[in-house]
Design a protein around this ligand. Structure first.
Ligand code: S6P
Ligand code: ZN
Length: 206
């Protein structure tokens, strides 16, 4: 077995990035087609701001070996599509029994989580709070604040991500909208299709 070298990476909170990592990726607004409730608002916003980076990930990924760990920084821009706050694509870990933590660094937002059977949990995250995403929960980050939302994350290196699970259900069961009074509110997604009993059982047995 290879012995890896220890590492130290700096969390640049102001820039919302991890310095000294091994990789990065960016999501532009136009990459997020189909995620938002208000398709007309998305089209209008994308026409002028489609190239804007709405979130990015900088990470340290030593390997994808079982027992190893990936960590990094997610930075999300503030904004809304219609009344719906900017969000990440969201996923379940491809190895569904793998957990994750998110450690708030700057800004305000929340982790929207959905169990295989369609239960919803919402955990607000701000600086210095750590959100534990247990195994088997679909997770999506939402920036509900006026500025950048920055979090450190860490998860087992062999987790992988299944992004299709949300699309297959017509989106997550719940959407996070501006409540018109300076806060957020959760609303049911009318297009949501529950997973079959067999799918739920398979995820629970994973
Ligand atoms: C990976 C972990 C995060 C997200 C990142 C972007 O398991 O949950 O690194 O990848 O927050 O979200 P998404 O849904 O586009 O991967
Ligand atoms: Zn994850």
């Amino acid at each position: 077995m290879t012995l890896f070298e220890p590492a130290c990476c700096l969390v640049d909170v102001a820039a919302g990035r991890l310095a000294g990592g091994t990789g990065a990726y960016r999501k532009r607004l136009a990459d997020l087609a189909g995620l938002y409730l208000d398709a007309a608002a998305f089209a209008a916003l994308t026409a002028t701001r489609g190239d804007e980076i709405v979130y990015d990930v900088t990470e340290f990924r030593p390997s994808e070996n079982a027992g190893d760990m990936i960590f990094g920084v997610t930075r999300m821009s503030p904004g809304k599509v219609g009344d719906e706050y900017f969000l990440t694509r969201g996923h379940i870990h491809a190895r569904a029994d793998r957990p994750e933590i998110y450690y708030g660094q700057a800004g305000q937002g929340l982790m929207l989580m959905e169990s295989p059977a369609g239960d919803i949990r919402i955990v607000e995250i701000g600086p210095q709070s750590i959100c534990y995403v247990p195994p088997r929960w679909i997770h999506r980050s939402v920036n509900t604040g006026p500025g950048d939302f920055v979090m450190v994350f860490a998860y087992p290196a062999d987790s992988g991500q299944d992004y299709g699970i949300i699309e297959r259900s017509g989106g997550m069961k719940t959407r996070i909208l501006d409540d018109g009074a300076g806060g957020w509110t959760a609303r049911d997604n009318a297009a949501y299709r529950p997973r079959s009993g067999a799918e739920v059982a398979a995820l629970m047995a994973a």
